[in-house]
Every structure is written in structure tokens, then in C-alpha cells.
Design a protein around this ligand. Structure first.
Ligand code: PLP
Length: 383
């Protein structure tokens, strides 16, 4: 049994929040149009540009990642416009549904859940039918697959299409070179690798995307309104000032570590998780690949419901893992490893999974997962 009140959050969002960020969240509330807030806002927006690796505006919304994504839809789509949406899991399918709901004429390049989108398929679809924008998920959190958005963006650019990237679970964990890769819109949220509670969504918007805004009506999520206000360190509506103060501190921590160092840490965490899972005899669902640095998805052993492992780990040890979503419900469970994570979070999760899965009757080799994870973390240099 876990010590009273002790909780471990091993999900791919929300993620654990560092104490420095929690302390910033607990500061007295300041007024958003006052000199108490403006320096925080300014620094946070500039740190966001650094983390997104862009010179463009990063628009900040008081909304979850889905809200920031909806801002891209309502600002870019005109009813009847052709768009290409790439999906290989729950979030890609959400964007196909959302763009369709707003009247886009959607060509849906739909992969089975767990497959990895291929830039050549995008190229072929765009050759067959033009699209104003290609919508793609970088890290499909429901499956653990991280797509090669650089290659997909190159295919889109060749065809003259804008590129909109869902980087909700990947920004800050794996490279996302907004300007260098020509990504027109990059959407993310505060509660994943950015180590802040849920409640802030962001969209980095290129000049090209801004210039090609569509005709849908919009108000709260109007990019122009937010961009103009942010440029004078004003906000069009009352922002979540405390969350912005927390995000500012979190981004400072991430930039102090260094983005490259953070990306390498995430590669190693992914390796550690996969090595531990395989060593105990379980089967991976997510690819056994360094790209898969955000979340490790594991197939439930034969005859065991994934949800039973998730519930037992939670009830016995106070640890929250993620179950499968949609069609993967019951079949997989997921260990998130983004944000404020180190290898001992991975070994803790593995040790608990091992105990619980063995008790549920799985054929588990006991006592090897932690060692395998530590070795994979320590002894495999990142290229
Ligand atoms: N896209 C991806 C890849 C995600 O992982 C999530 C969150 O789980 C979302 C979109 C949706 O973000 P939110 O739940 O913040 O609206």
C-alpha cells in the first residue's frame, strides 16, 4: 500500500509539476493589465518562441490543447476548402472530425492505430488532390507513435500546402523545429512536456498561415485579436495569470536544462521503458524505436485486461498509468515519460507493473525489468 496521500503520475498528460512551478502557481494573483503581470507575460511568450524554435508569434489561449487546435481550424478553414488530415490514432481522428465539422472538404489519410504515417503517402495524396493545409499529429499519444513531421512537412511544402502540427504531447520532449522545418502552425498544451498543470493552449503561427486565414466566423479564438493584443503585452481576454506564471517558470527550467539535453533525456527514458517492459516478458505496442520517446504503450498479457493492471497499480501503489483509448481500450496500457521525469520514475512504474501483472497471472520474469531499464538509460549513448 502506498504511504498515505502519496501519488505518482505516470501518464502522458497531465504530468508531474516541479516544485518551483507549484510555488509560482501559489503566488498571489496579479492583475493581467498591470506592471505586475506584463514582465511575466513577456518572458513567457519569448520563452515559448524559444521552445517552439520560431521567430513567429506564439499565441497563448486559456484553453486545453484542443482549444488551441480549434483556433487553427477556425482561422484557417473556409467552408468547402480542400484539406488533408493524416490520422493514425485517436487525436488524428479528432482533427479529421473537427475540420469536417467546420465545413472543410477533408481528404482523410487514415492509418490503422499504431501505424506510422509515411511522407510518401502524403506526397501521393497531395499529387492526387490539392489541399490548403496538411494536418498531422507529431506524437500520437494514444499509440506511442512519433511521426516524422519534418519529412511530412517537406512533402506538404512541395505541394504548396500549409502544415499544421499537433505537438501537444511532443513539444519540449522531442525536436520540433517550427521554422527550420517550415511548420506553419504548431499547437501544444501546458500539461505535457511543458510541466505545468492543464489549462493553457498555444499555437505558433507563421506569417504564411496568418496570410491565408479563412472565412469562418470566430471570436475567442481569433488569431488576429490575440496576436495584436499580445504584441502590446495585453491579452484580449482575462488570461489564466497564475498558469502563465507557472508556465514561465517551467519553460525557464526546460531552457536551463537545454532543449537538446531534454530531447536526449527523453530518448533515454523511452529506451529505459522499452528495455524494462521487454525484459519482464511483456510485448510493446508502440514502436521499439528511439523516436518513441513520449509514451510507451504495452500490450496487456494474454487473458488479462489492461484496465485491471492500471486499476491494480493505482489501488495498491497510488500510481496512475494510462489505459488504452478508443479501440485500444482494454488491450494496452501506457507509461508516459514526458516533462519532469527521470529514470527512477520509469523503474518505479516498472517495478509496480511487474508485481501487479504477476499477481494477475501473467507469465512475468521477476526482478529483471529495473536492471534492464537502468542499463538502457545509462549505457546507450544517443547518436
Ligand atoms: N493531441 C494530443 C497528441 C494529445 O496527447 C492530447 C491530449 O491528451 C490532445 C491533442 C488534446 O489536448 P487537450 O486534452 O489538452 O485538449
Amino acid at each position: 500500500m502506498a504511504a498515505v496521500g502519496k501519488r505518482y503520475l505516470f501518464t502522458p498528460g497531465p504530468t508531474p509539476v516541479p516544485p518551483e512551478v507549484l510555488a509560482a502557481l501559489a503566488e498571489p494573483v496579479v492583475h493581467h493589465r498591470s506592471p505586475d503581470f506584463r514582465p511575466i507575460y513577456d518572458r513567457c511568450l519569448s520563452r515559448l518562441r524559444e521552445v517552439c524554435r520560431t521567430e513567429s508569434d506564439v499565441l497563448l489561449f486559456t484553453a486545453s490543447g484542443t482549444g488551441a487546435f480549434e483556433s487553427a481550424v477556425v482561422n484557417l478553414v473556409s467552408p468547402g476548402d480542400p484539406h488533408l488530415v493524416v490520422s493514425a490514432g485517436s487525436f488524428g481522428e479528432r482533427w479529421a472530425a473537427m475540420t469536417s465539422r467546420y465545413g472543410a472538404d477533408v481528404d482523410h489519410l487514415r492509418y490503422a492505430w499504431g501505424e506510422t504515417p509515411d511522407a510518401e503517402d502524403v506526397r501521393a495524396r497531395l499529387a492526387a488532390r490539392e489541399a490548403k493545409a496538411v494536418w498531422v499529429v507529431q506524437s500520437e499519444t494514444s499509440t506511442g507513435v512519433v511521426a516524422d513531421v519534418q519529412a511530412i512537412a517537406a512533402a506538404a511544402k512541395e505541394a504548396g500546402a500549409l502544415v499544421v502540427v499537433d505537438a501537444v504531447s511532443s513539444l519540449g520532449a522531442v525536436p520540433c523545429e517550427t521554422d527550420a522545418w517550415g511548420l506553419d502552425v504548431v499547437v501544444s498544451g501546458s500539461q505535457k512536456a511543458l510541466m505545468t498543470p492543464p489549462g493553457l493552449g498555444l499555437a505558433a503561427v507563421s506569417d504564411a498561415a496568418f496570410a491565408r486565414r479563412g472565412s469562418l466566423p470566430r471570436f475567442y479564438f481569433d488569431w488576429e485579436r490575440t496576436r495584436d493584443a499580445q504584441r502590446s503585452l495585453d491579452a484580449p481576454f482575462t488570461p489564466a495569470v497564475s498558469l502563465i506564471a507557472g508556465l514561465d517558470v517551467a519553460l525557464g527550467l526546460l531552457l536551463d536544462e537545454g532543449l537538446e539535453a531534454a530531447f536526449e533525456r527523453h530518448v533515454r527514458l523511452g529506451r529505459a521503458a522499452r528495455a524494462g517492459v521487454k525484459a519482464m516478458g511483456l510485448e510493446l505496442f508502440s514502436p521499439d524505436d528511439d523516436r518513441s520517446a513520449v509514451v510507451t504503450a504495452v500490450r496487456a498479457p494474454d487473458g488479462i485486461e489492461a484496465g485491471d493492471i492500471v486499476s491494480a497499480v493505482r489501488n495498491r501503489f497510488g500510481m496512475t498509468l494510462a489505459g488504452g483509448q478508443g479501440e485500444l481500450k482494454g488491450r494496452i496500457f501506457r507509461i508516459g515519460h514526458i516533462g519532469w521525469f527521470d529514470v527512477f520514475d520509469i523503474t518505479t512504474a516498472l517495478a509496480a507493473i511487474e508485481l501487479v501483472a504477476a499477481d494477475l497471472g501473467a507469465d512475468i520474469e521477476r526482478g529483471v525489468a529495473v536492471t534492464a531499464a537502468l542499463e538502457a538509460y545509462e549505457h546507450t549513448p544517443v547518436a
